[in-house]
Ligand binder design. Structure first.
Ligand code: FES
Length: 185
């Protein structure tokens, strides 16, 4: 058994004896999985969670379960799978090409990358271009260049292409505005 586990159990037993005057015997909590060493499912689950264990051998090292006849190893394996499976379910789902919490630097880099890879090629195909001017919180300020600068449909391009792509690849709450003072024109 792992020294820290033995120490904790000894301390818990001593505290309980102190509280009850040594009259109350320590009761096992949960169902005994390893009869060789009297280790319960709750104890096994606890060591798996606390130490992020992924194999039966690791469980044996930490709480001795499975270290005798070996007849409980299948059950221990199931507990490992159950606990690790719960952790996978609790982890936030990863969205390809998008990040969860972004720093400002990361956000600006992703916006620039999305413009370069997803938006600019579509505009260039029609003789236009786009430039990232600034990012203020969730507001992305852009300037249209080339054919796009004279186009009367920039409002539609901005919402249906630029804003849609940035929301798809960077963050749902971004909105796009055109630079009101386009110095480059
Ligand atoms: S029952 Fe667990 S090692 Fe024997």
């Amino acid at each position: 058994m792992h020294c820290s586990v033995m120490g904790r159990e000894a301390l818990e037993a001593a505290i309980e004896n102190y509280r009850t005057g040594g009259k109350k015997k320590h009761e096992l909590q949960g169902n005994v999985i390893c009869t060789c060493f009297g280790v319960t499912d709750r104890e096994i689950e606890r060591v798996i969670r606390e130490n992020d264990l992924t194999t039966v051998e690791q469980v044996t090292n930490y709480c001795k379960a499975g270290g005798g006849c070996g007849g409980c190893k299948g059950e221990i394996g199931k507990i490992v799978e159950k606990v690790q499976g719960e952790k996978v379910k609790l982890a936030p789902a990863a969205v390809p090409g998008r990040a969860g919490k972004l720093t400002n630097i990361q956000k600006i880099q992703m916006i620039q990358q999305t413009i370069n890879e997803q938006i600019r090629p579509a505009l260039r195909a029609h003789g236009g271009n786009i430039e990232l001017i600034d990012v203020e919180g969730n507001k992305v300020i852009v300037a249209f260049r080339g054919m796009c600068a004279q186009c009367t449909l920039t409002e539609i391009t901005m919402k249906d292409l630029v804003e849609a792509k940035l929301r798809e690849f960077v963050a749902d709450d971004l909105f796009v505005e055109e630079d009101e003072d386009p110095a480059g024109l």
